[in-house]
Design a protein around this ligand. Sequence first.
Ligand SMILES: Nc1nc2c(ncn2[C@@H]2O[C@H](COP(=O)(O)OP(=O)(O)OP(=O)(O)O)[C@@H](O)[C@H]2O)c(=O)[nH]1
Ligand SMILES: [Mg+2]
Length: 226
Amino acid sequence: MNGQIDVIDVKSEILEDNGIEGDKVRAYMKEKGTYLVNLMSSPGSGKTTTLVNVIKALKDEFRIGIVEADVDSDVDARTVTEAGARAVQLHTGGSCHLDAIMAKEGLEKLDTGNLDLVIVENVGNLVCPAEFDIGANKRVVILSVPEGDDKPLKYPLMFSVADAVIINKMDTLPYFDFDMERFKKNLAEKNGRNVPVFPVSALSGEGMKAFTDWLTGEVHQTLHHS
Ligand SMILES: Nc1nc2c(ncn2[C@@H]2O[C@H](COP(=O)(O)OP(=O)(O)OP(=O)(O)O)[C@@H](O)[C@H]2O)c(=O)[nH]1
Ligand SMILES: [Mg+2]
């Protein structure tokens, strides 16, 4: 043994026409006049808790719908409904991600013609959802402090496709060795677009206004200039 690590590429073929399906969803949403966000993270990073903050902050500004995607259960759909959004729950039947065709089923069910902003909470996973373009205007990735600042290096595709990154659970910073500058350096290595980073605590709501302000600006810019 010489200490060399064998790296085996095990990635299977990506659906070749998913990009085309993503474009169809984008055209469908444009026609409806609805802005679409694809929200992705590991399980438990705080997607649903963030959504509750966003719904509470923006429900007077926008008519908001949520598509929840999980392998099973409807707990998240119930949580966001209680917060004041219209929601549908998709079960992926064991699949670790949504593709554009699955997402469109949820969007049609939501009747997006009456909505300004739809956020898809993707299946909790930092690998598979990154590979699928579901036709969103923006892809937002959440990373929570306990997961560590090295994640862009380990899950490069997810961080390279991100249009914005939320760093959640900032209230736990004293207990972990998460270093924000190191994170930003790791992110920049995999994503050269200088995307915004929003440090927040979804639990307390701290920092969330910067994110909801950014999102509001993006929605207005897209819906009123297209
Ligand atoms: N301390 C702390 N806990 C948080 C914060 N945000 C979320 N949590 C907790 O983290 C746990 C998971 O949060 P969720 O919002 O359900 O995470 P999720 O990403 O939607 O999880 P899945 O849908 O299962 O992938 C819950 O117990 C939340 O209360 C935060 O900012 N700080
Ligand atoms: Mg959730």
